[in-house]
Write a protein that binds this ligand. Structure first.
Ligand code: ZN
Length: 125
């Protein structure tokens, strides 16, 4: 358990920012169901206290401050689709998601920070 310092402590479960001084967990996380060549593992933060899972048709407002973000699409086999990969300002993420979903091979999208911290999975509604 660690104390959150500064403003950049997003909780990977509720996608809210962990307030400075609150307890946070720092974990290694692989956001895939099974290990395979493209199943990356990276650091994430979580609230230590219970919080509610984020579920919305919009990205959280603070994603606009990801500068930059890493985004890419994955297929049915959880393999990344190379041509969908991009490094983009956080303010462009929703537009970039729409563009990536035009590729019919894309099943879902992952958004990561520039430090390769998994932020969220985006699925077509
Ligand atoms: Zn949380």
């Amino acid at each position: 358990m660690h104390l959150a310092q500064g403003l950049a402590n997003p909780c990977r479960h509720c996608l809210e920012l962990i307030e400075e001084g609150d307890n946070k967990l720092i974990l290694s996380y692989m956001p895939f169901d099974s290990k395979q060549a493209y199943a990356e593992t990276g650091p994430i933060f979580l609230h230590q206290k219970q919080c509610h899972r984020y579920n919305s048709d919009k990205l959280p407002d603070w994603f606009a401050f990801l500068d930059p973000a890493i985004i890419r699409g994955y297929d049915d086999n959880d393999w990344m689709i190379y041509e969908t990969g991009a490094v983009t300002p956080g303010s462009e993420l929703e537009k970039e998601c729409v563009k990536i979903f035009h590729n019919k091979d894309v099943k879902y999208i992952h958004i990561r920070s520039k430090f390769n911290c998994f932020q969220c999975k985006v699925e077509m509604a």
